[in-house]
Design a protein around this ligand. Structure first.
Ligand SMILES: C[S@@+](CC[C@H](N)C(=O)[O-])C[C@H]1O[C@@H](n2cnc3c(N)ncnc32)[C@H](O)[C@@H]1O
Length: 384
């Protein structure tokens, strides 16, 4: 799922990856040493190979007609929206929005005030009279994922992979004085950013009484069994759209990466399911387009049944229905996404002591699936 926070992005100019910047300097045609030339050649070959593998893999997923269209849409800059912060003073917020009213479009399908903009740039978030920041810029798809949890004012909520905190903030917008939110983040640097977001957006009294920041490994989050009404698992994932804008990261991509991610995602989903009440809900989400990281993770969670979970099939205002959830893809959703999410409900108590017994067997199963997908030389045919 998308890890977007306060990007100062130009909405119309494509984000310039290092690759694009590199090309610009290359056109100056300085004499290049043989050694440098060879290094450039190797770099070029690596990129070409990664591009070919990437395209083959996802053409297999989406079919030869859809994939090029989706790829082009993903190369465009991510579309953002402006989520208003309910803790900011209403008069200050009104003063900010009034001059912008012709450029903002309210996203009415969301339950918290969010705006899309026709401006090339969103206005910067600013401080209200009490030093609370008034708005947060994020991918609108991200708000949709938290909407799926249908947060009630009194809910006890866990955000298991929370930094930098856009979705935690979206959850807080719906909680009242009776609810509380636990935000967890493993990375110390990112946790610092998360705390900063909480400090900037949430009044100290609310943060003190209703927000709990933890730094645990989410795959081992087993100390709070059946403690939460709702759990958001916005899982670390392949983030293919971001990869397309970062040449160095993109070069590292192989189909194995999606399988490694899927393993970690399943461990996180198990812990999330263990933490939710019987009858409570987990939203599992990613910003990956790989079904191995999306429907298949949910499938394996439900199939294993050690914490009994069922998929809740619901209707949704945007995106495409998948086997276990919804996916919002930028070629068909006005530039938003990618975002996958699935809503799961816990249906019973967990069976103690049987947690990890057949994980190894599962992992081998998945590795085989990827190996099988490798096409033979030069075959451009896909299964769809
Ligand atoms: C997709 S991002 C979350 C974005 C966040 N929900 C938001 O809306 O701002 C995933 C986060 O999970 C964290 N993470 C990765 N592995 C983790 C683990 N084992 N336990 C907890 N957090 C983890 C990453 O550091 C990253 O910050």
């Amino acid at each position: 799922m998308s890890d977007t926070e306060q990007p100062v992005v130009d909405q119309e100019t494509p984000e310039k990856g290092k690759h694009q910047r590199q090309r610009k300097t290359d056109t100056k045609k300085k004499p290049v040493s043989k050694k440098k030339e060879k290094a450039q050649q190797r770099e070029h070959e690596r990129l070409k190979a990664a591009t070919a593998t990437f395209n083959r893999f996802y053409e297999n997923e989406f079919g030869p007609e859809r994939w090029p269209v989706l790829l082009e849409a993903m190369k465009k800059p991510v579309r953002h929206c402006m989520m208003m912060n309910k803790y900011a003073h209403p008069e200050d917020v009104l003063a900010k929005l009034t001059p912008l009213k012709d450029d903002l479009r309210s996203l009415d399908f969301l339950s918290i005030p969010c705006y899309a903009s026709t401006l090339p740039r969103f206005p910067h978030p600013s401080k209200d009279r009490a030093n609370i920041t008034d708005c947060y810029i994020l991918d609108a798809g991200s708000v949709l994922a938290t909407e799926a949890l249908d947060i009630q004012p009194h809910d006890r909520v866990l955000d298991l992979c929370a930094a930098p905190g856009g979705k935690s903030l979206a959850i807080l917008q719906r909680l009242s004085d009776y609810g509380n939110l636990t935000v967890n983040e493993i990375s110390p640097d990112r946790r610092r950013r998360l705390r900063q977001v909480m400090d900037n957006y949430v009044p100290p009294k609310v943060a003190q009484e209703h927000v709990n920041v933890l730094g645990k490994d989410g795959t081992r989050f087993y100390h709070d069994p059946e403690q939460y009404d709702k759990v958001l698992l916005d899982a670390p994932c392949s983030s293919e759209r971001h990869l397309l804008h970062d040449e160095k990261e993109f070069e590292q991509w192989t189909p194995k990466r999606t399988i490694q991610n899927a393993k970690r995602q399943l461990s996180l989903l198990k812990a999330a399911s263990y933490s939710v009440n019987v009858g409570g809900y987990v939203v599992y989400g990613t910003c990956s387009i790989s079904s191995a990281e999306n429907d298949k993770v949910v499938d394996r969670m439900v199939r294993k049944g050690k914490v009994p979970m069922e998929v809740v099939h619901m209707s949704w205002p945007m995106g495409e229905k998948t086997e276990n959830g919804w996916i919002i893809l930028p070629d068909r959703s006005d530039g938003w996404g990618p975002l996958y999410f699935s809503l799961l409900r816990r249906t019973g108590v967990s069976k103690e002591g049987e947690w990890n017994d057949d994980e190894e067997e599962d992992d081998e199963e998945e590795e085989e699936e990827v190996e099988e997908k490798k096409p033979k030389k030069k075959s451009s045919k896909s299964k769809k």
